[in-house]
Design a protein around this ligand. Sequence first.
Ligand SMILES: Cc1cc2nc3c(=O)[nH]c(=O)nc-3n(C[C@H](O)[C@H](O)[C@H](O)COP(=O)(O)O)c2cc1C
Length: 201
Amino acid sequence: MAPSPKPFDDLKLAHDVIWNELREGAAKPRNAFHWATLCYLDGFTPVPRTIVLRDIDRSAKRFEVHTDARSRKAAVLPRAKHASLSFYEPKKMLQVTVLGRVEILDPRGADTEAAWSRLTLSTKAIYANRIDPGTALLEPENTTVAVDDLTAEDLSRARANFRVLHLQADRLEALSLDGNHRRMIYDYGLAGQRRAAWIAP
Ligand SMILES: Cc1cc2nc3c(=O)[nH]c(=O)nc-3n(C[C@H](O)[C@H](O)[C@H](O)COP(=O)(O)O)c2cc1C
């Protein structure tokens, strides 16, 4: 019997392995793919930001991230329109980057409401800060509202600050350095224009 191919020796298998890793990343805070770097252009300046991968939809090629309406990225991304998310798993020496179009969902829409309802109270508290993120401080200050002190007013302010960001991937790139070095690219064009290819690492 022929030996089964190694995951990164087969483009289709590699694609499945990568999306399984991304699914694990979205679900598990201990998974390295739970923490990604969002990068976008603010004018001519590339801005990298660590974010939490909240959800993925493999069939839609969509990635969900949460943010505060008062952050710089929430103001710039609707204009920048494009962004990337980079993931790195050190034990597997696997790097995955998705590039695509970003959208900040309607804060009053059903999807934002559903995402909000799934958050724990301590995560909701992150959005209750009275001092806007990015505000200059004269000295270090605790700006977070403790969960135990959260009032109904804090919660409604937090909800108003909460935003859901979707990145719709047009392309996924991966590099595996565990064993044989393998680099792959997957273009998610319109139906019939999808492409998978090997690239020299
Ligand atoms: C471990 C970690 C996780 C983070 N997760 C998020 C996140 O999910 N969403 C977010 O908006 N900011 C997150 N941040 C903060 C951002 O990296 C960034 O500092 C902040 O959002 C301010 O960005 P701004 O320049 O857009 O105002 C995280 C930071 C760290 C260190």
